[in-house]
Design a binder for this molecule. Structure first.
Ligand code: ATP
Ligand code: SF4
Ligand code: MG
Length: 340
């Protein structure tokens, strides 16, 4: 079956102010089916936002993009704005990182949503105002609040309104970039329930971008783990949590707080590699507690690792596990980039 949205071998390079080339996304593949909920997780700077901005065709002019983005099997990236624009907001919509703070402070929320409905959806002013009230209701905000200004809304309400704005043209896929950052846990849970409701009741497909593994685990049956611009493990979220086949996935979960687990919280030593120079070998090697000689020079590729999982780790070729064994023989952690 053709996926609703397919990303094939996506690469993004930025040129920074000093003229350096930053390889922010390096060969990402993703698939999302109708009403699917897929997570994209990883540390800050690993390329999550860049990936979804590339899908939307919204990267700044210092970015160069290569690869394919297919909607219903039709390539939409190659023709640039001309081919993406008809689908932007109508088929694929996005909740931007920090969107709840992006409302114009001097215009009522309902008017700002109505603007989007009128401009993108081709409705009259009156129809757009009514649709804005419907959208606010859909995300759990009483329609009477449409005349309120952003400062009269709580953070959670503004985030709901940002989701309503993204739904203005009834998209089939929502790309949500850290939709709960800066919200307290109760409001986070409400936003997650809202997204789940929109997927199950409205048939919306969701790509949830977050560095909060527990949120993604709760909401998304499938998960992609990104590191240094690449997907390094993917598969069913429960399987990644229970039996990770990449050491980075294991360490990410070990570094996630769990109220039922009293053991000390782990942290991952070191930092991701700089993306403005060529990465030789495995990008995680300087931080990996399972690294061995081959990891220094040979880049692992994403391949089948366990049942429905895929991972980019040489251990899987050797039938070894991602968790440390008792003998640290052969470890070469710290060989490159001076990481611990
Ligand atoms: P976070 O979790 O902090 O939001 P992220 O995974 O979304 O991080 P990106 O924002 O996609 O990460 O950034 C990926 C890399 O691309 C980083 O090294 C970042 O500095 C770089 N980058 C992003 N936007 C630009 C830009 N406009 N110009 C130059 N470099 C950029
Ligand atoms: Fe660690 Fe080597 Fe696997 Fe990379 S390839 S994650 S360095 S064991
Ligand atoms: Mg981001």
């Amino acid at each position: 079956m053709t996926p609703l949205l397919e990303v094939q071998d996506l690469h993004v390079w930025f040129e920074d102010a000093a003229g350096n080339e930053i390889a922010a996304v390096r060969g990402v593949d993703l698939e999302i089916d109708a009403a699917d909920r897929v997570g994209l997780v990883g540390e800050s700077g690993c390329g999550k936002s860049t990936t979804i901005l590339a899908i939307m065709g919204l990267l700044p002019s210092n970015a160069t993009v290569a690869g394919r983005v297919l909607l219903d099997g039709e390539e939409i990236l190659a023709g640039g704005d001309r081919t993406i624009r008809p689908h932007r907001w109508r088929d694929i919509a996005m909740v931007f990182q920090g969107a709840m703070n992006a409302f114009n402070p001097v215009r009522p929320i309902g008017v700002q949503i109505a603007d989007a409905v009128q401009i993108r959806g081709g409705r009259t002013r009156k129809e757009a105002a009514e649709r804005a009230r419907e959208l606010l209701e859909l995300v759990g905000i009483p329609r009477e609040r449409a005349g309120g200004f952003p400062h009269q809304f709580s953070g959670g309400m503004r985030q709901r309104a940002a989701i309503a704005l993204a739904l203005a043209c009834e998209p089939r896929i929502l790309l949500a970039d850290e939709p709960t950052t800066a919200l307290d846990v109760m409001v986070q849970a409400q936003i997650m329930l809202l997204l789940e409701h929109l997927c199950s009741e409205q048939g919306l497909a969701l790509l949830l971008v977050s560095h909060d593994l527990s949120l993604v685990l709760d909401l998304c049956p499938r998960m992609n783990v990104m590191y240094a611009g690449e997907i390094i493990e993917r598969g069913p979220s429960d399987a990644l949590a229970d039996t990770p086949t990449h050491p980075y996935t294991r360490l990410m979960f070990a570094a996630t707080p769990d109220i039922f687990d009293e053991s000390p919280l782990a942290s991952i030593p070191g930092a991701p590699p700089s993306l403005d120079r060529e990465i030789v070998g495995c990008p995680f090697q300087p931080r990996c507690d399972r690294a061995f000689e081959r990891c220094v020079n040979e880049t692992p590729v994403l391949k089948h690792s366990q049942e429905e999982q895929e991972a980019a780790c040489h251990l899987n070729d050797l039938g070894r596990k991602a968790s440390p064994d008792s003998s640290p023989a052969n470890r070469t952690t710290g060989v490159r980039n001076g990481a611990a």
